[in-house]
Ligand binder design. Structure first.
Ligand SMILES: Nc1nc2c(ncn2[C@@H]2O[C@H](COP(=O)(O)OP(=O)(O)OP(=O)(O)O)[C@@H](O)[C@H]2O)c(=O)[nH]1
Ligand SMILES: [Mg+2]
Length: 224
């Protein structure tokens, strides 16, 4: 896919997407209503959400950014022995997730999300089947510098029949793709949310999760 110099802006995740739970979620997104060690007594619903994407796309970073509890990380140092089988990462990245990341975010006064980050190395793809058990949906992170690296992750979500939203994690040296270019390259259905975020930034990361929640609510209310 070609990048375009004349960048056409396309939507960030809407700050206040509408009525109902997702609308309240958006209104409450900044600041998040949670933050305590325990889930607030007002919370009546919980959803398990996978955070997926290729190696080094920012899954662990995003969960660390949004989690209101101390996140669980399973980082291991990438060794020379692993180089024979693993995808190489950029030189600044020295560790990789080897089991899962775990975090929690109260996204609304009555809805909490439990976030499960998957490992990015290709050899861990089979582990997703277990991680996905009981998940309601997934947030798929895309690296705009290497869109094709996400094909496996999106294909795997489709195999698992897991609804998802796509969040483009923007890096400083990212090429500027239009929304249409990305939708075409990723072969997204028209209803699949596509938003931009910075995994290091709480507001845009929260709003990417809200776009996913909206999508899940819509899918649940539309299905017979
Ligand atoms: N500039 C920039 N750097 C980022 C961003 N997100 C993550 N990073 C950096 O990119 C690197 C990769 O982040 P991780 O969160 O470990 O990526 P991951 O997807 O969990 O990687 P694996 O678990 O190995 O698949 C880290 O050094 C982050 O600091 C971003 O939005 N912008
Ligand atoms: Mg990770």
């Amino acid at each position: 896919m070609d990048s375009k110099a004349d960048f056409e802006p396309w939507p960030e995740a809407p700050a206040h997407p509408g009525q109902g739970a997702a609308g309240r979620a958006a209104a409450a997104a900044d600041p998040a209503p949670g933050g305590g060690k325990y889930v607030a007594s007002s919370v009546r619903g919980a959803a398990k959400i996978l955070v997926v994407g290729p190696l080094g796309v920012g899954k662990t970073t995003l969960i660390g950014t949004v989690s209101e509890i101390k996140p669980l990380f399973t980082e291991a140092v990438m060794t020379r022995a692993g180089a024979a089988v693993d995808t190489p990462a950029q030189s600044t990245k020295t560790t990789t997730t080897v089991a899962l990341d775990f975090g929690r975010i109260t996204i609304d006064e009555d809805l909490v999300l439990y976030l499960f980050g998957t490992p990015g190395q290709h050899r861990f793809l089979p582990a997703w089947r277990d991680l996905a058990k009981g998940a309601l949906g997934a947030l798929a992170l895309i690296d705009p510098r290497d869109v094709a690296a996400s094909f496996d992750a999106l294909g795997h979500l489709e195999d698992l029949d897991l609804p998802f939203a796509v969040a483009v994690n923007v890096f400083p040296d990212s090429p500027q793709h239009t929304e249409d270019e990305l939708r075409m390259a990723l072969d997204l259905l028209p209803g699949t949310p596509l938003v931009r975020c910075d995994a290091r930034d709480g507001t845009s990361s929260n709003q990417a999760l809200i776009a996913l929640v909206r999508h899940l609510i819509l899918a649940a209310t539309e299905s017979p």
